[in-house]
Design a binder for this molecule. Structure first.
Ligand SMILES: NC(=O)c1ccc[n+]([C@@H]2O[C@H](COP(=O)([O-])OP(=O)(O)OC[C@H]3O[C@@H](n4cnc5c(N)ncnc54)[C@H](OP(=O)(O)O)[C@@H]3O)[C@@H](O)[C@H]2O)c1
Length: 378
């Protein structure tokens, strides 16, 4: 399909005073300027953060399907609290899709050599048949690379590598990780193995534990097992882990990790202040939106903070980030390989049944979107 001959189709999410609408809209892409190329998007992961942008505070289980002009759209009624929570984006028509990959189909004069090449993109707005974008937001892959294999080149890989940069910069030597059977958690296992870093992976089912052990994870704990807290303390002592990355957020797990660290490093000589070892948990996801519970079992030297890949990359600076990106390109089929449940088309994003499956965020149930597919998935 030539992008000049038909309007560009993209997914849109828009909040008004009493509803959120998810629809497919047409727009005109325009010609590539200066540093720009035009990419036919062939693969873009549906990351948890993309679902966050699409649905925000709305409840997709209340979606009503409407049809107009042969196109389906989802309309989700909002109560006052939900509408208030999304006031900052009211009336903005947003195109989701943080990252993806595809083939360069057009370019400004100075980048014509890129036509036909596969690039991965980190620039938002990827749930679109075509994307016009600056080359600075792209990673060039070797000729013949399939877009599906490099669609997740940024969000999870740079987060994993960012964790390790934070670990080194802040003087820690080993890590604790939660919701650890996620795509990201599996990447972290592989990278830690390759780099000789001790990692304690916390999951919530025996199947997830087996999945991680099958890829070589050395220390896996199931938070639902009896004796979990004691075993966590023992492993923290054995590995020296004083830094945790928690994707769950809500509930007691962040505190359980800090408490295990406090108990593992309690000084032999009594001190009423407990351990002087600095213990830190960064909450980097919101898989559970409940309150983060911190009990006073964590001693005196502890911290809990937020962690966002984009902020961390900005702090590292472009030279360090470029090195991380080149590692991603080298290891995209090994350490940074993502697993997808199915490939879907743009029209599937307005299928209420599929949307309910997607927001479940279950292990192994992640979807890859291919906007170049015509019609719903076969
Ligand atoms: N801060 C950042 O910069 C940043 C960057 C990238 C990713 N992230 C976050 O990283 C996390 C993983 O992303 P991904 O793409 O790798 O996800 P994914 O492959 O879709 O996996 C999601 C995992 O979360 C688990 N999970 C879901 N709800 C849970 C809950 N309430 N308690 C415990 N576990 C739960 C699932 O396990 P079950 O099968 O047991 O449900 C599954 O293993 C997400 O939270 C994402 O937002 C943050």
């Amino acid at each position: 399909m030539d992008y000049r001959q038909s309007p560009n189709l993209s997914l849109r999410t828009k909040v008004s005073s009493d509803r959120l609408e998810v629809s497919l809209e047409e727009d005109d892409l325009g010609e590539p300027q200066n540093d720009e190329i035009v990419v036919r998007v062939e693969a873009s992961p549906v990351n948890p953060s993309d679902l966050g942008l699409i649905f925000g505070a709305a409840d997709p289980r209340r979606a009503i399907v409407k049809e107009a002009g042969g196109r389906r759209r989802l309309v989700i009624p909002l109560d006052e609290r939900q509408a208030g929570a999304m006031a900052a984006r009211r009336d903005l028509s947003l195109c989701p899709g943080l990252e993806g990959a595809g083939t360069v189909v057009d370019a400004s004069k100075r980048h014509e050599a890129l036509i036909g090449r596969t690039v991965a993109i980190f620039g938002g707005g990827m749930y679109s048949r075509f994307r016009r974008i600056s080359v600075d937001d792209c990673l060039l892959y070797p000729e013949g690379t399939a877009p599906a294999s490099c669609a997740s080149s940024f969000v999870n890989p740079l987060t994993v590598l960012g964790f390790l940069e934070t670990m080194r910069d802040e003087g820690h030597k080993a890590l604790v990780h939660t919701a650890a059977a996620s795509n990201l958690g599996q990447m972290l296992v592989k990278v830690c193995l390759a780099d000789g870093i001790d990692l304690i992976s916390i999951v919530r089912s025996p199947e997830q534990a087996r999945l991680l052990e099958a890829i070589g994870a050395k220390h896996v704990l199931n938070s639902k097992d009896e004796g979990f807290r004691g075993r966590l303390k023992d492993l923290v002592r054995e590995t020296g882990a004083t830094l945790g990355f928690d994707a769950i957020g809500g509930g007691p797990l962040a505190c359980d990790i800090l408490t295990a660290m406090e108990r593992a490093f309690t000084p032999k000589t009594f001190s009423m202040y407990g351990s002087v070892v600095n213990k830190q948990v960064y909450v980097y996801g919101m898989l559970d939106s409940k309150t983060i519970e911190i009990r006073r079992t964590v001693g005196a030297a502890w911290g809990v903070g937020g962690w966002l890949m984009m902020n961390r990359m900005a702090a590292l600076g472009s030279a360090r980030v470029d090195k991380l990106k080149q590692r991603v390109v080298r290891e995209i089929d090994t350490s940074f390989r993502s697993n997808f449940n199915a490939t879907i088309g743009l029209e599937d994003m307005v299928d209420p049944e599929l949307v309910i499956k997607m927001i479940g965020l279950e292990t192994g149930a992640k979807y890859l979107l291919d906007p170049s597919l015509n019609g719903p998935r076969p």
